[in-house]
Design a protein around this ligand. Structure first.
Ligand SMILES: [Zn+2]
Length: 537
C-alpha cells in the first residue's frame, strides 16, 4: 500500500499537467497468420492477427492517444494468401480487411506485398483505408513517388509524421518483373531529404520512421538490406524507428534513437510509450520507453478480425480439405536424409516431369512430415511445399554435379563423431539427386565425400554436361549449392507454376497413387535409424 502510494507520487511529479502521453503500436511480418493455430497440423500456435487485434484494442482503451502502424510483409505466408491471390483475386483481400477493421493509421510496403506482381499489389493498396508508405520508391520514368512518402496525423494536439522507407534490396528479393518501372533509392539518403521537409515545412512535433528493413550492421554501407542502425546513427531528428523484414524481436536504442521491431507471425506487438512536453516552439519528447508484448493465450480472438477474414478462411478450409488422392504408400519424412524414400522420389518425379531435366535435385522434406497411406487432402501436400517457389532447368558439367553432392554431404559431421549432423547447415539444406547413382562417404573430410557418381551406369567425367532440374530457392543461392558449383548463368527454362501446384496437379490427376523409390544413393557407413531419428534437425 505504502509502495503504491510512493509510486503514484513519483509519477505525478514526473508527469507535468500539460504533458501528453502517446502510444505507438507496431505489428510487422505477420505473413497472413490470423488464427492462433498451425494451418497444417491444426494444433494451437502462438501469434496471429486475431489475438493481436484484442491486444491492440485493450491498449487503445487504456490510452486513446494511440497510433497503429504495420511494418510490411503482413501478407503472403499462409494458404489463405494463395487462395485470395490465385483463386479469388476479385474478393476483398483478408489482411487489408482486418487492418481496416482494427483502424490502422499506416503501413509501410513490405517485400512480400510484391510477390504476386504490381497489379495485385495495387488491388490490395486500393482496398486499404490507410496509406501504404514508401518514400524511397519512385517511378523510374517520371521520378514521381510510387507510394505515399509519409502521413501526418494529429494526436491530442501533437503533430506526428510517419515516414515510410523500404529496403533497397527489394528488387533483388522479389525479382525484376514484380518491380518493373520502379526505382529504389537509398533509404538513408531519402530520410535525410525528408527530415527538413517534415520539421520545417510540415512543422511536425514527432518523426516516426516506419522501415521495412532490419537492424543490419554498422558501419553503414555494408548491409543495404537492413539500414535501421544506419538511420539511427546518420540521420538527425528521428524520434522512433519501427523496423521489420528480418523477423527479429528488437526493443533497443541506438545513438539515442529508440528502435522497435515486432518479430514475425504476430507473436509480439511492439509498444512505444512516449511522453510529449510543450517546448518553446513545439512538443518535445520527454521520455520514450519501448517494449514487446505477447498476445497471450488468455486473449479471446478479436471478433472484427474473425469477421473480416471469415469468407476467405472458409474458402481456404474448403480448398485445403479437398481430396487429393488415395495413397497406396506412406510418405514418411523421417528417413529422407539417410536413403531414397517414396516421399523424395515423388518430388523428384514432379521436378523431372516439369523441367524435363536428365538429373533432378530436391531438398529433403521436413523430418516431421508424414502422410499416411489412404485418402489424403490438399492440406497434407500443401505442407510439403508451402512457399511459392518454382522450378528451373540449368546446364551443368559433371564436375559441377560432383560439387553439388559435396555440398549436400556437408550436411553431415564425421560419421564417428557423437553428433551426426553439421549444426551450421540450415535444416532444409540437404538435397538429393535423381537420374544418377551415387555414394557419400561421411567418414572422409568434407569436399572428398563423393566416392561414386554414375549416370546410366557409367562414371561421370568432369567435362560431360547434363541438364539439372532444381528449385528456384537453390537458384537464388540458398543452401550454398550455386556457389559450391561455381555456377553462373541463365536457366534454360523456369516453370511459371509453383512446385506445390505441380505436385498437387500430379497427385490429383491420379485417384490412386502408389509411389516407389529409386534407391539410387547411399551413405557410407550405413546410418542407424535410431541415431538419425534421435539427432536429425
Ligand atoms: Zn520483407
Amino acid at each position: 500500500m505504502v509502495l503504491r502510494a510512493v509510486g503514484i507520487l513519483l509519477c505525478a511529479a514526473f508527469l507535468q499537467a500539460q504533458d501528453v502521453r502517446l502510444q505507438i503500436l507496431e505489428t510487422t511480418d505477420v505473413h497472413g497468420h490470423v488464427l492462433p493455430q498451425d494451418t497444417f497440423t491444426l494444433q494451437p500456435a502462438p501469434g496471429g492477427w486475431a489475438r493481436l487485434g484484442t491486444l491492440i484494442r485493450n491498449l487503445r482503451a487504456a490510452n486513446p492517444n494511440t497510433l497503429v502502424v504495420d511494418g510490411g510483409d503482413g501478407t503472403q505466408g499462409e494458404p489463405m494468401d494463395y487462395v485470395w491471390s490465385h483463386l479469388k483475386p476479385g474478393a476483398p483481400e483478408p489482411t487489408m480487411a482486418l487492418l481496416n477493421a482494427l483502424g490502422y493509421n499506416a503501413m509501410v510496403v513490405g517485400h512480400a506485398e510484391f510477390d504476386n506482381g504490381l497489379k495485385l499489389l495495387r488491388t490490395m493498396e486500393e482496398q486499404a483505408r490507410f496509406p501504404w508508405l514508401a518514400a524511397n520508391v519512385c517511378f523510374a520514368s517520371t521520378g514521381k513517388h510510387a507510394f505515399t512518402p509519409y502521413v501526418k496525423v494529429e494526436v491530442a494536439g501533437v503533430q506526428v509524421a510517419i515516414l515510410g522507407l523500404v529496403t533497397q534490396a527489394l528488387p533483388r528479393l522479389v525479382g525484376p518483373e514484380a518491380t518493373e518501372g520502379l526505382a529504389f533509392q537509398d533509404p538513408v539518403a531519402c530520410a535525410r531529404e525528408f527530415l527538413p521537409i517534415l520539421r520545417e515545412h510540415e512543422k511536425v512535433d514527432l518523426v516516426v520512421v516506419a522501415l521495412h528493413g532490419g537492424m543490419g550492421s554498422a558501419p553503414c554501407g555494408t548491409d543495404e538490406e537492413n539500414p535501421a542502425l544506419c538511420l539511427a546513427r546518420n540521420v538527425k531528428g528521428i524520434d522512433l524507428i519501427l523496423a521489420g523484414h528480418t523477423r527479429q524481436q528488437v526493443s533497443t536504442r541506438e545513438n539515442g534513437v529508440p528502435i522497435l521491431q515486432a518479430g514475425t507471425g504476430g507473436q509480439v506487438l511492439g509498444v512505444a510509450d512516449l511522453t510529449l512536453r510543450r517546448g518553446k516552439a513545439r512538443w518535445e519528447v520527454a521520455a520514450c520507453e519501448t517494449r514487446l508484448v505477447q498476445p497471450g493465450a488468455e486473449l479471446e480472438p478479436d471478433p472484427a478480425v474473425l469477421l473480416a477474414t471469415s469468407d476467405m478462411r472458409a474458402l481456404t478450409e474448403t480448398y485445403l480439405n479437398t481430396l487429393a488422392t488415395t495413397l497406396g504408400t506412406d510418405l514418411d519424412g523421417r528417413w529422407c536424409r539417410m536413403e531414397d524414400t517414396p516421399l523424395a522420389h515423388l518430388l523428384h518425379t514432379v521436378v523431372r516431369s516439369a523441367t524435363d531435366a536428365q538429373i533432378t535435385a530436391v531438398p529433403a522434406p521436413g523430418s516431421r512430415l508424414f502422410i499416411p497411406k489412404g485418402p489424403t487432402s490438399v492440406r497434407q501436400f500443401y505442407a510439403l511445399a508451402p512457399d511459392e517457389e518454382t522450378l528451373a532447368r540449368i546446364r551443368v558439367t559433371g564436375g559441377q554435379l560432383r560439387a553439388y553432392l559435396e555440398q549436400a554431404a556437408r550436411y553431415f559431421a564425421f560419421s564417428h563423431l557423437p553428433d551426426l549432423f553439421n549444426r551450421a547447415a540450415a535444416p532444409d539444406a540437404f538435397d538429393t539427386l535423381d537420374g544418377c547413382t551415387y555414394a557419400l562417404d561421411i567418414s572422409r573430410p568434407a569436399g572428398s565425400r563423393v566416392v561414386e557418381l554414375n549416370v546410366q551406369g557409367k562414371p561421370v567425367k568432369d567435362d560431360q554436361t547434363f541438364s539439372l532440374g532444381l528449385t528456384s530457392r537453390r537458384l537464388r543461392g540458398e543452401g550454398g549449392y550455386l556457389e559450391a558449383m561455381g555456377w553462373r548463368g541463365t536457366p534454360e527454362t523456369v516453370t511459371g507454376t509453383s512446385l506445390r501446384n505441380l505436385l498437387l496437379a500430379y497427385v490429383m490427376a491420379r485417384p490412386n497413387l502408389t509411389v516407389g523409390e529409386a534407391g539410387n544413393w547411399r551413405i557410407i557407413p550405413a546410418l542407424d535409424r535410431e541415431r538419425v531419428l534421435a539427432q536429425q534437425p
